[in-house]
Ligand binder design. Structure first.
Ligand SMILES: Nc1ncnc2c1ncn2[C@@H]1O[C@H](COP(=O)(O)OP(=O)(O)OP(=O)(O)O)[C@@H](O)[C@H]1O
Length: 573
């Protein structure tokens, strides 16, 4: 090849295209253009010939004026664009055969590439945006799908396909009403401008019916015409898990956190570990403050339900008329004051997880019947509702009463007793494992000094001996509270003073100075006093912050500010 070289043409082509587009089109085009494989000429010549025909004004053999061609409004259809490389290839062949034409064709090639790259760049950009959008959609942790105005599914993100267990290709064949039986009413609401936000819906897949929390809105074009719908939904269990997480209903403890090296404690831990994965109901018996909830949480965290919710309810702390709705939830309008849209109960909140029924021995007989039914049938019905809701919940019950005695006295139903005590677990009192006291003291001294930002106080032999001799009727909880006071008062509070103070507090005598022996009151700042009083009040009201605020005569916001200020943690249940 003489005259203008193929190298020059490549250079010209390179000059008129952006780098980004070059990779997309120019490289293959150039490969076509200068490919010496003669077989390609015949296989591409037909389509190339069609292009020549259409652009017959361009006389390839008569040295076109490159400027003129450049200014001509040549529009390539998308189909033509696909054979653009053929055209370039054929031009290449022509140039190879008649090098003197090459210079003239540089303009033509440039025009072709300008047109095609304009076209391709927007196409390419669109692709990029789409890829970006898809990546975002697949990164979100809820299911997203969109439909056209007639309800045909046109997009579904990965999460959606996963939770519905339907392949995307199949899903794109679906109409949304196949998945959501009451879609028409939802679409009507959305179309009329009503927002669908956090609505509980049932989605019907070929395999099962699943409950989801749905947000839905319509998609409008620039003329405000409805062109489709976008739906974002999350499984109810996921929503409940979040609720549980942020309301403190979470299992924090694991067996590693349980302090106790005594033989009797090691045996209890070993046994509890063994039964963790069993689906059977566990009844934990033990005195108050021995660590029954600590064990329940550890069992949950060692079980195959550990990623689902751990929900605790104190059966003794909830009034008789509220416990049913607390456990089973209620439907819209179930009673005066019921929240609109109803409310899930602890059973639903614990679905797929563990429900910890603390102080079950205090449950009233009519509630015992309902609980037994729920456990036996693995389903509940919300108060004021008629739908049977299946629940998969592992029950761990706990009591500080001797439940068998309660059965003998006729206070606890025998059938429920047998149903819940499939696996009995006894947590020994601190009296039965005095050897654990020094370890627990050390553990709580470290923990509380960190929490209170105070030094670990030095404890003399006599105070340690006092603690070992003491019976600890309140068990580990009482020991923990005493150590916290010790750290608070730099070790300057005797066990005796602690008890007198505690008794005084329990009798609500803080406000009445005449009933308190002035000698028993330790020297403390008003802030320390306030802090301790808030902690005690929280314990007394079992974490019910509205009650605590009311009793203290302050608003909830002020209460939360004080919790933050003093580093007081809200108890788990
Ligand atoms: N072995 C232990 N190791 C560490 N902390 C413990 C242990 N046992 C109990 N505790 C602590 O003691 C407190 C009381 O424990 P927990 O609430 O589990 O007792 P409980 O037996 O369920 O009490 P109640 O019967 O009054 O509900 C908790 O704050 C917990 O941190």
């Amino acid at each position: 090849m003489t005259g203008i070289s193929t190298k020059n043409i490549v250079q010209h082509i390179n000059n008129c295209i952006s780098l980004e587009i070059k990779d997309l089109i120019a490289e293959p085009a150039i490969i076509y253009l200068f490919d010496n494989n003669k077989k390609l000429i015949s296989s591409h010549s037909t389509s190339s010939a069609n292009i020549y025909e259409k652009y017959s004004t361009v006389n390839f053999l008569e040295q076109p004026n490159s400027n003129q061609i450049e200014n001509d409004n040549i529009n390539f259809s998308s189909q033509e664009l696909t054979i653009l490389p053929n055209l370039l290839y054929t031009i290449g062949v022509l140039i190879e055969g008649n090098p003197s034409l090459a210079n003239s064709y540089v303009g033509l090639i440039k025009t072709i590439i300008t047109h095609s790259t304009n076209n391709l760049s927007s196409h390419h950009l669109l692709n990029k945006n789409e890829q970006f959008t898809f990546a975002i959609m697949n990164a979100v942790n809820f299911a997203v799908l969109s439909t056209n105005s007639t309800g045909k599914i046109i997009y579904a993100n990965d999460h959606c396909c996963r939770v519905l267990n339907i392949k995307r290709t199949e899903l794109l064949e679906y109409s949304i009403s196949k998945l959501i039986p009451n879609w028409d009413s939802i679409a009507k609401m959305v179309s009329s401008g009503n927002e669908i936000s956090n609505k509980e819906i049932t989605l019907v897949t070929p395999e099962e019916s699943l409950k989801f929390n749905l947000n839905c809105s319509s998609i409008k074009d620039s003329n405000n015409n409805e062109i489709g719908f976008v739906l974002a939904f999350r499984s109810i269990e996921k929503v409940y898990q979040l609720v549980n997480k942020y309301t403190g209903m979470q299992a924090r403890y694991t067996f590693d956190n349980i302090i106790g090296k005594s033989k009797i404690m090691r045996q209890a831990i070993e046994y509890a570990e063994t039964i963790s994965n069993s689906p059977s109901t566990i009844l934990i018996e033990g005195e108050s403050g021995t660590g029954k909830e600590v064990f329940a949480q550890s069992i949950h965290n060692a079980s195959n339900r550990k990623n689902a919710s751990f929900v605790a309810i104190n059966c003794a702390a909830i009034s008789e008329n509220l416990i049913e709705s607390e456990l089973f939830g209620y439907d819209d309008g179930a009673f005066t004051g019921a929240k609109k849209g109803g409310h899930p109960g602890k059973f639903e909140l614990a679905n797929n997880g563990t429900l910890f029924l603390d102080e079950i021995g205090d449950m009233k007989p009519d509630m015992q019947v309902k609980l037994l039914r729920a456990i036996q049938e693995s389903s509940i019905t919300r108060v004021g509702g008629d739908k049977v809701i299946p629940v998969d919940v592992r029950i761990i019950a706990a009591t500080n009463k001797n439940l068998q005695n309660e059965v003998d006295k006729g206070k606890f139903r025998m059938d429920l007793f047998y149903r819940i005590s499939v696996i009995p677990l006894y947590i020994p009192s601190l009296r039965e494992r005095k050897g654990d006291i020094p370890t627990l003291i050390r553990y709580f001294l470290n923990q509380k000094s960190l929490k209170l930002h105070k030094d670990i106080p030095h404890l003399g032999y006599s105070s340690l001996q006092q603690m070992l001799d003491y019976e600890w009727p309140g068990n580990v909880r009482e020991l923990e509270n005493y150590i916290e006071q010790l750290v608070n008062f730099n070790g300057k509070i005797s066990l005796d003073s602690f008890h007198k103070l505690k008794t005084a507090e329990e009798e609500h005598s803080f406000s009445n100075e005449n009933t308190v022996d002035a000698d028993t009151v330790p020297d403390m700042t008003l802030q320390d006093l306030e802090k301790r009083h808030i902690s005690m009040s929280i314990k007394k009201h079992k974490g019910n912050m509205s009650k605590v605020a009311k009793t203290l005569g302050i608003g909830r916001n002020t209460l939360y500010q004080k919790l933050k200020k003093y580093g007081i943690e809200k108890p788990l249940s």
